[in-house]
Design a protein around this ligand. Structure first.
Ligand code: ADP
Ligand code: MG
Length: 490
């Protein structure tokens, strides 16, 4: 959808995002009030958050560390001197009458997020990341004639991550948000939970002729899932194409997305920075950082998802799909590597691939069925690794392994113990397999005759019957070999 072709020519879609990411922190940006989610209204409100006269904000140094960490993880420049500013506007859920934000001296400048597109890797550049406080929440559905205000969110630290207008279609936006969310979760600076509102994004959309400068953008607010964002972009592109094609011009405005109708509606005409009368926050000193502080935080940045995907592909030979599924969450990647450690010191690629496959297919399906995360502890990484090792070393077949996994899930027992108790060890003895096969062939003389007259498909039938006789425990390779030999000599 990057280009929209009409009879008059081609329009190119241009998109930039402003993401608000709630900082993971026990207390708020400028007060010691708790940030706990799900408590009763106005339980987490300090005098600062309620803007009582005479109280002063104090910057929370942990929140600042979190912003620095985010900036480093997103390849940005950490500005050793930045500043807080007042963004002035009135709203009932904003008791101060202004939001403390950062305007022309943000804590982070630049940076980028690498995404995968159908044409390969693409860098989505960042304009800036700044710190600001969240507002409270107005509740209009509690009383027929009154609105209520909950200030629990008032003063919670947000990072506003502003991209350059570098995205060209909805798929890139989706890839960007997924990648950003994954990185923030790895860094543990934002939980990325869009349902609970801890990650929210405003999307800016414009169209232009590829040879012309960028067109006027429209900002869409209130899009609280990636799926809705896709629909909002689609709707907005079509709306703008219609206006431009009929000779109209796009008004720079702020629109709201309505999930029920899939449409966007005008909220207000776009305000300009000067409308907010930004000025330096007089109650806070400039934010001055020591390089040593930045360096110490840099040392804590973990290996990030893209680097993990590459390492998993290069060192372990995983498919791109398996590698990126496993690397999408730090907990899954850690589980995988812990399970992998069950094998030899030098990674055996076959084991690594088998393990990835069993994790992504079998264990994920059990976890999904019960809505559990990998950290649920139902099956430990070590035990899971041991199970896959039993398959790898031909102790059990894949089919039996599924049963063993189900029993591990229920009982928490070791896979080897289950195999022993239940007598599930794979049978590789040629003699035992041969005698089972001989029985099958004797019982099905008619089918043997059909097979000989060219009905090749019956080979599978004989295999199935013999497997059944042996409770699924026969080594499939041996079974196949012996069956071929027997049928030839029949
Ligand atoms: P403002 O200062 O008015 O908020 P910015 O230049 O900071 O404007 O841009 C805000 C957001 O709009 C950024 O995410 C940016 O990528 C995006 N943006 C800017 N110009 C365009 C455009 N022509 N089309 C789409 N998005 C744009
Ligand atoms: Mg801006």
């Amino acid at each position: 959808m990057q280009y929209v072709q009409t009879s008059s020519g081609v329009w190119e879609v241009v998109i930039g995002l402003e993401v608000h990411a709630q900082v993971i922190s026990e207390s708020k940006l400028f007060s010691s009030a708790s940030t706990k989610f799900g408590v009763g209204p106005n339980e987490n409100v300090s005098f600062v958050d309620a803007a009582l006269p005479g109280v002063l904000p104090v910057a929370n140094s942990f929140c600042i560390d979190q912003a620095i960490k985010t900036g480093l993880g997103l390849n940005g420049n950490i500005n050793l001197v930045s500043r807080f500013d007042r963004k002035n506007y009135f709203y009932a859920d904003l008791p101060q009458g202004y939001q403390i934000s950062q305007y022309d001296h943000p804590i982070i400048s630049g940076g980028y997020v690498e995404i995968e597109t159908k044409d390969g890797l693409k860098k989505i550049n960042l304009e800036r990341i700044h710190l600001e406080q969240d507002a409270g929440k107005s509740m209009h559905d509690q009383h027929p004639t009154q609105s209520y205000i909950d200030l629990n969110r008032s003063g919670i630290a947000l990072m506003e991550i502003v991209t350059k207008p570098d995205m060209r279609n909805a798929a890139e936006v989706s890839a960007f948000l997924h990648q950003l969310r994954s990185i923030l979760r790895y860094l543990k600076t934002c939980d990325g939970n869009m349902d609970e509102g801890s990650m929210r994004a405003d999307v800016n959309v414009s169209l232009h002729r590829p040879e012309d400068p960028f067109g006027t953008r429209v900002e869409i607010k209130n899009v609280n899932s990636i799926k809705f964002m896709m629909s909002a972009i689609d709707f907005e592109v079509n709306r703008q194409v219609e206006i431009l094609e009929s000779g109209g011009i796009i008004d720079q405005e702020t629109r709201l997305f309505d999930a029920a109708s899939g449409k966007t509606f005008v909220m207000r005409s776009k305000e300009d920075a000067q409308d907010y009368r930004y000025f330096p926050e007089p109650d806070l000193p400039p934010l001055v950082l020591q390089q040593s502080r930045v360096d110490a935080i840099r040392a804590t940045i973990p290996e990030l998802p893209m680097a993990k995907v590459r390492r998993f592909q290069q060192n372990f030979g995983l498919s791109h799909y398996d590698a990126s599924t496993i690397a999408s969450e730090a907990e899954i990647a850690n589980f995988y590597e812990e399970a992998l450690a069950v094998g030899s010191m030098n990674v055996d690629r076959d084991f690594a691939k088998l393990l990835a496959n069993w994790l992504v297919v079998e264990l994920f399906s059990l976890l999904n069925k019960e809505g559990l995360s990998i950290c649920s502890g139902k099956v430990s990484a070590e035990n899971f690794g041991k199970l896959v090792m039993l398959i790898k070393t031909n102790v059990i077949s894949g089919k039996i392994a599924k049963e063993v996994l189900a029993m591990m899930w229920e009982t928490g027992k070791l896979p080897a113990d289950i195999v022993k108790e239940q007598g599930l060890k794979q049978i590789t003895s040629t003699d035992t397999i041969e005698s089972a096969l001989r029985e099958v062939l004797a019982e099905n003389a008619d089918k043997v005759a059909e097979y000989k007259s060219g009905k090749d498909k019956l080979f599978g039938f004989f295999v199935g019957q013999a497997m059944k006789k042996m409770q699924g425990k026969a080594n499939p390779q041996v079974l196949n070999d012996v069956l071929k030999r027997l049928l030839l000599s029949e």
